[in-house]
Design a protein around this ligand. Structure first.
Ligand SMILES: Cc1ncc(COP(=O)(O)O)c(C=O)c1O
Length: 450
């Protein structure tokens, strides 16, 4: 490793960071993470902290998962790469598809299309949705509907269905034919409605209204996260996603569940769709499928959709889409080991229990600190703390405020993530009760320092 001075001096000289202004990186040195064990990361300056971010919502099993490391090493020795484009496959990816089929069977998802990450998975699902309608002779169904505040990655398709201006404006014009409805976000919504059940009904009515306006026969798919993540952890009322599903079915619109964060246990259920009792047509996965040990993803496909593709005799079902790294054997080996560990450790249970502890603890902080306007979570290990300048106006705080909380929290023992006015918590699903207390105490110190 290069020495400390070299690393600090050169970080922003030759690299640009995602989701960051280059000038900002030049002014502010980053935390340079050099090691990790269990649920803790260490940096160049010797700090060791609990990772309240879980990498980036992906390191569900923590950083010391030996079976995953061994599976990757063994696969690198055996077969580091071969493509699965037409005519070739590999043993690992075949076994993985069978395992995923079993895992996602309760969601009605029985086929897998492999990708290199979440944005790739979203792009794949959006494309296959259009193709599905073309195979069925409804070529006019090309539009997409989605939720404001939703996050679906950064490819042009995903950015177009994204519901946050930060990821859109600089890159417009985006895809035509993408339309957004209000998110079931009780703290801020155009209906001024704070009751989650009533708000869900209002958002569903807005969806019906948009479908009537666009014409159902022009719409390919509706895409949503079962619990909105990057937009600030927005869990909809339990009636919302089933309501979306019913409306989609009525109008022949496909439902894409973006489960890049929610699949594999984070919500305290094995998938977000299962949490709400919904059976989507596609589920986009990535992140915890390999826990960050290898870049990988999979789109899971419903049996009914698969049947349409597989029984087509017209030639319209040939898939003209795929990535060099689709079905990468090392990624597949990592995913197989992750899935086995995820099930063996039954992480879903700890996610639910520790999730409640974290959520209740965050609400306790709200009782103490006026800067907190809203706390959202309550379904597994996804919690957001929204900061405000004052509770009456709900005005956003100065940018320096969440940054200060983050800085003091870090020096007090926990890495937390800032996204706009929100502090977002998405720790590994294997953390202990004591680890949760470390995160809460660090945040308490951060708020107390304002
Ligand atoms: C719901 C959702 N979809 C898609 C993505 C994009 O995934 P990636 O960053 O792996 O491309 C993310 C990333 O956070 C996500 O949270």
């Amino acid at each position: 490793m290069k020495d400390e001075n070299f690393l600090k001096a050169n970080n922003a000289r030759s690299l640009w960071h995602p989701m960051t202004a280059p000038a900002d990186s030049l002014k502010n040195a980053p935390t340079i993470v050099t090691g990790a064990q269990g649920v803790r990361i260490t940096d160049l300056d010797g700090h060791e902290v609990v990772d309240g971010v879980g990498g980036l919502w992906n390191v569900n099993l923590g950083y010391s998962c030996q079976p995953v490391k061994e599976a990757i090493t063994a696969q690198l020795d055996r077969l580091p790469y071969y493509s699965i484009f037409r005519g070739t496959s590999n043993d690992c990816v075949i076994e993985l598809a069978e395992e995923l089929r079993t895992f996602f069977e309760p969601d009605g998802l029985t086929r897998a299309f492999f990708t290199s990450g979440g944005s790739d998975s979203v792009e794949t699902a959006l494309r296959l949705a259009r193709q599905f309608h073309k195979i069925k002779g409804e070529a006019g169904r090309v539009k997409y509907l989605s939720l404001k505040k939703g996050y679906h990655g950064t490819h042009f398709g995903g950015a177009s269905v994204n519901g946050n201006a930060n990821f859109r404006t600089a890159y417009e014009p985006l895809l035509p034919g993408c339309h957004h409805i209000p998110a079931p976000y009780t703290y801020r919504n155009p209906f001024n409605e704070t009751d989650p059940a009533r708000l869900a009904q209002l958002c569903l009515a807005a969806l019906e209204d948009e479908i009537a306006f666009q014409g159902a026969g022009t719409i390919a798919a509706f895409i949503m996260e079962p619990i909105l993540g990057a937009g600030g952890v927005i869990p909809p009322h339990e009636s919302f996603m089933p309501g979306v599903e019913a409306i989609c079915r009525k109008h022949g619109i496909l439902l894409i569940a973006d489960e890049v964060i929610t699949a594999f246990g984070r919500t305290g259920a094995w998938t977000g769709s299962r949490l709400w009792g919904v059976k989507p047509d596609f589920a986009c996965t990535a992140k915890a499928i390999t826990n960050g040990y290898f870049p990988f993803g999979a789109v899971m496909i419903a049996e009914g959709v698969a049947q349409v593709f597989e029984s087509d005799a017209s030639g319209k079902a040939a898939i003209g889409h795929g990535y060099t790294y689709s079905g990468h054997p090392v990624g597949a080996a990592a995913a197989l080991a992750c899935l086995a560990e995820t099930k063996r450790l039954n992480v879903v249970e700890n996610a639910a229990t520790r999730g409640t502890q974290l959520y209740e603890g965050a609400k306790g902080l709200m009782a103490k600190h006026d800067v907190i306007g809203d706390v959202r979570g309550g379904h597994g290990l996804m919690t957001a703390i929204e900061l405000v300048a004052d509770r009456d106006s709900k005005a956003a705080p100065d940018k320096a405020i969440p940054a200060r909380v983050q800085d003091v929290a870090y020096r007090s023992g926990a890495m937390v993530r800032v996204s706009g006015p929100n502090i977002i918590l998405s720790p590994p699903l294997v953390l202990t009760a004591a680890d949760v207390e470390v995160i809460l105490a660090a945040l308490d110190a951060g708020f107390a320092a304002l």
